[in-house]
Ligand binder design. Structure first.
Ligand code: SF4
Ligand code: SF4
Length: 768
């Protein structure tokens, strides 16, 4: 927005580091440049169907534009982009010029404002000074006080703090906390192998040591604020996205537009060498797609393939991702180095993984496999065993139990995050009850948490889809399910959806109170009474007395020593690609029972190796709405471990659908634990079972499913079965070769795919 600044911070990477291109740029962005930029962004959103664009107004100092200049920019951006996509507008400022008038303008345009502050006065004054050397601390704190006012608070995005290890970390933390920011960003000072970061007294890991002192205090304080670096490393530790360009392997999807309209790479690159962020493209002549296909832009993306061998072999690369690209630069090797903060990052990540915090302690189970290689453990057992066992195509009962335990750890991690968000709200009482019962009856809590669709609900609460708000109230229903199964006493508010109180894993109760959106549940002795409006309905403990007619229990099918739920109630079951069926009537349920029993007989006969894993890992079948053309629809969801969605089919095809989808369930759980491939691998693979090329994960998933289907047809009699077997075996073998040829598989990935290959190679062309 503005290429100059009213401060002269000596650690500023825009003015004080290698890149000096700011000198030749216009001071202010011109209206026609704003229009061209906005047009390019809108065009890109339209062409790619993007529903949301994140735009950060940056500088230099964007407030130097003044009220009129900013109003011009904001009005033009909104006018061009909002008809196409939702616009998430932010601004990063030093705050010196912030006034109530400017705040009013930013509120009017919905701009979230982040302010830079390095800690208390002494810490901030080390670097953040005016050109004459005067402190900026008073002005910056005044800006923060302004943003804390009730009328502006909503637009206060947080504080950005650049680390100087000479400052006491706890004093910095407390000074930042005192400003009540919604979020803190702790940034490593930009440095390269040419220009090393200061390491006072020659300490080996001063940045990790500094950050860990804050981390441990933050955990002790029960995480009073989001700290992005810690949140990102904890998230990547359980296979979530990092949400930042500084750590992790996710593609960044970030471009910079300068005041002259130049398209540039992330501005941290300016620390590497003069012109390092440049592409030669601009918004007047080039689209965002042209930028995306620019070789430098492609090279600057995150991902394993763009890392040096040391990083590729590193056990924490899934979390670290080699740090910021700019921090890997040296004149001698370009970016083909580990981060200049490598020792710090490794020490920070391994320490955090060992100390994930009390509430998140069980996340550690899920974090066990985090890296791409190495001798890692899961539940104290070598992870390689699990990869070998699952990769060969089946999965033992013991390994399925390990996957289920890791999924439970994953869900618990999500719930801890969710509990942080609801602290102080009325829903927090439901969480407190769950936490208490987790101490008193942990097995009951774990049994309820094992229900497949809770993860989907928790994830949608933490990151609701555009236009949705978090369904915190469902936590009341979850707490009620726990209390009922534990035989505890409780009084809870639960949502009433379309006249139903839905209790995960138990069933639903109809209450004829159309105007009501919630009900009060009094739980005691394994039963409960629900009240809403003028209705009060009692559901007695199971087996003690007949339930009311409006109680719809979740039903199951006994399959000789184990049971599978027919999940036709859960409000979060609709995640299987195709529409789900409504509650089955008795006749339809009977048909399902018959087909499932028949399918199970066939699975036992034709793929006995799948039986132990299915008995442990498959908890629920979710009926899908039938396709009018009779097409056999089925799907699994990464967010629903233990569930398979399928239409009703005859036993033979149903056996095939169940085995196929359960392969996806298993592989999804493995992918939650282990980095099998480079997530930033850009190419799509041609696969024989689809017309259009598939992303690498899709190709891997399809191959794993077809491996099991080939085995199933291998055991079936008849000429047609032989043909099917040859087709599936051929597809599997061919795509295994494709996957191996990408070079994008990690050591774990090569091991997993190698076992698949061994299985296929052990089968002859003739099935018998
Ligand atoms: S306020 Fe920001 S842009 Fe301005 S000199 Fe300081 S670090 Fe650089
Ligand atoms: S810790 Fe070091 S070696 Fe490992 S990924 Fe990060 S920079 Fe690379």
């Amino acid at each position: 927005m503005h290429s100059r600044c009213d401060l002269a911070c000596d650690h500023c990477y825009i003015y004080e580091h290698a890149d000096q291109t700011w000198r030749g740029r216009p001071r202010e962005i011109a209206p026609e440049t704003v229009d061209a930029a906005a047009t390019r962004i809108a065009e890109h959103a339209r062409e790619h169907g993007l529903r949301r664009i994140h735009l950060v107004l940056h500088g230099g100092e964007p407030l130097l534009l003044g009220t009129a200049g900013l109003a011009m920019v904001l009005t033009r951006l909104r006018a061009a982009i909002e008809p196409v996509a939702e616009l998430d507008l932010r601004m990063q400022s030093n705050g010196v010029l912030l006034t109530p008038q400017l705040c009013d303008l930013l509120v009017e345009h919905g701009v979230q404002v982040g302010i830079s502050l390095d800690g208390d006065a002494a810490a901030n004054d080390r670097h953040r000074r005016f050109a004459g050397g005067a402190s900026s601390h008073v002005q910056v704190r005044r800006a923060l006080a302004l943003l804390r006012r009730p009328e502006y608070r909503h637009n206060y995005a947080g504080i950005l703090c650049t680390i100087d290890v000479r400052n006491d970390p706890i004093r910095v933390y407390e000074a930042l906390l005192a400003e009540a920011p919604p979020r803190i960003d702790l940034l490593l000072p930009h440095a390269t192998w040419n220009s090393l970061p200061p390491r006072p007294d020659g300490a080996a890991t001063p940045y990790a040591d500094w950050l860990l002192r804050i981390y441990r205090r933050w955990i002790r304080d029960d995480k009073p604020v989001d700290i992005r670096l810690f949140d990102s490393l904890l998230a990547t530790g359980v296979g979530e996205r990092s949400g930042t360009e500084s750590v992790g392997l996710d593609p960044a999807g970030l471009a910079v537009i300068e005041t002259d309209g130049a398209w540039e790479l992330a501005d941290s690159m300016k620390t590497a060498f003069d012109g390092a962020a440049g592409t030669g493209l601009d918004v007047f002549r080039h689209s965002a797609d042209a930028l995306a296909s620019h070789p430098e832009f492609a090279r600057s993306q995150r991902g394993l393939a763009r890392l040096c061998q040391t990083c590729r072999d590193c056990p924490v690369v899934g979390q670290c991702g080699g740090g910021l690209r700019a921090h890997r630069y040296s004149d001698a090797d370009g970016f083909d180095n580990p981060s200049v903060y490598c020792a710090d990052l490794k020490h920070l990540i391994t320490s955090m993984n060992r100390e994930p915090g009390p509430g998140a302690a069980r996340i550690a189970v899920a974090a066990g496999l985090g890296g791409p290689g190495g001798d890692l453990l899961l539940d104290g057992l070598p992870a390689g065993d699990l990869l070998d066992d699952l990769g060969a195509g089946h999965g033992s009962a013991a390994n399925l139990r390990r996957l289920a335990a890791a999924q439970l750890g994953y869900l618990r991690g999500l719930l801890v995050q969710l509990a942080d968000r609801i602290a102080g709200t009325p829903v927090a009482a439901a969480w407190d009850l769950i936490a208490r019962l987790d101490e008193e009856a942990p097995d009951v809590v774990s049994a309820v948490f094992a229900h497949p669709y809770l993860r989907r609900w928790a994830r949608r609460c933490l990151a609701p889809p555009v236009g949705d708000s978090p369904d915190w109230a469902h936590l009341g229903a979850l707490a009620a399910a726990v209390a009922i199964r534990a035989g505890a006493n409780a009084d809870l508010e639960v949502p009433l959806r379309s006249g139903l109180v839905q209790l995960p894993g138990l069933g639903a109760l109809g209450l004829d109170e159309p105007g009501e959106r919630s009900a009060r549940l009094s739980v005691a002795g394994g039963g409960f009474t629900a009240r809403a409006g003028r209705s009060a309905v009692m559901v007695p403990p199971t087996g003690s007395a007949p339930p009311p007619a409006t109680w719809l229990p979740l039903r199951s099918v006994g399959l000789g020593g184990w049971e599978i739920l027919v999940e036709d109630l859960d409000p979060y079951r609709d995640c299987h690609e195709w529409p789900v069926a409504v509650r089955l009537d008795p006749a339809r349920l009977t048909s399902w029972r018959r087909s499932l029993a028949g399918a199970w007989t066939r699975i036992q006969r034709h793929v006995p190796g799948q039986v132990p894993g299915l008995r442990v890992g498959l908890r629920a079948v979710t009926p899908l709405r039938g396709d009018p053309t009779g097409r056999l629809l089925s799907a699994a969801s990464r967010d629903a471990f233990g569930a398979v969605g399928t239409v009703l089919a005859a036993p033979d095809p149903l056996a095939e659908l169940l085995v196929h989808e359960f392969q996806h369930v298993k592989l999804g759980a493995v992918l939650d634990l282990s980095l099998l491939y480079d997530p930033a691998y850009p190419r799509r693979l041609t696969v024989p079972w689809r017309n259009e090329p598939r992303p690498l994960e899709g190709a891997l998933q399809g191959t794993y499913a077809h491996l099991a289907i080939a085995e199933l047809w291998r055991a079936r009699p008849g000429g047609q079965a032989r043909q099917h077997y040859r087709r599936y075996r051929g597809w599997t073998a061919r795509t295994i070769d494709e996957l191996a040829a990408t070079g994008a598989l990690t050591e774990h990935g090569e091991r997993f795919v190698g076992r698949m290959r061994e299985t296929v190679d052990s089968w002859s062309d003739d099935p018998r």
